[in-house]
Design a protein around this ligand. Structure first.
Ligand SMILES: [Zn+2]
Length: 188
């Protein structure tokens, strides 16, 4: 599909999912090569900003002792705890002034893997006239997968930038890839 700039058209939004320190090498729940998505995403962010395409950044933002942490019976080591360095976006990620943040994982009673899960994001996209969502980020088999599938269910065209995502496990990553494709996501 050519350059990032050629990809974007009116009615698009760019959704950058959870590119936070804890999901990058050196973090609390590192994804192998997680930081490699930053340079790729920055090119798309630049192109989007130039073309007045809205850019959304989701972040995992857990309270201490969150239900998704192993100590509380969840699946994960503690990560992206609110207001810690680990919860911050990767320092090289280009957060534009006009960017919109989507915060998830703040609920005490359940985890929110998808950027659409009770964040009001589908409402926001619809009210802004967004029809197609270009997305990438971390991790391919967890929050990216959940967000892409939810976006499709909400009726948006979802485009996954494959070079801009990495899985927690390669096998689960492949499974998520097939699942997203089968559900109707376009893979670029
Ligand atoms: Zn989390």
């Amino acid at each position: 599909m050519g350059t990032p700039s050629e990809l974007f058209k009116d009615g698009d939004a760019l959704l950058v999912i959870d590119v936070q320190n804890d999901f990058c090498p050196g973090g609390k729940l590192p994804v192998e090569g997680g930081d490699a998505v930053v340079a790729v995403l920055n090119r798309y962010i630049d192109a989007a900003v130039k073309k007045n395409i809205p850019v959304f950044f989701s972040r995992d933002f857990h309270p201490n002792g969150h239900i998704s942490f192993q100590k509380a019976g969840g699946d994960w080591p503690p990560h992206c705890v609110q207001d810690t360095k680990g919860a911050q976006f990767h320092p090289e990620l280009k957060i534009a002034e006009s960017s919109i943040l989507v915060t998830k994982g703040v609920r005490f009673d359940k985890d929110q893997n998808s950027a659409f899960d009770q964040t009001g994001l589908a409402y926001k996209f619809r009210s802004d006239g967004v029809k197609r969502v270009i997305t990438g980020g971390l991790a391919q088999d967890v929050c990216v997968r959940a967000s892409v599938l939810d976006g499709l269910r909400e009726g948006f065209e979802m485009v996954l930038l494959l070079s801009a995502t990495r899985p927690v496990s390669p096998e689960e990553g492949r499974r998520a890839f097939e699942e997203m494709k089968e559900a109707g996501a376009k893979i670029v």
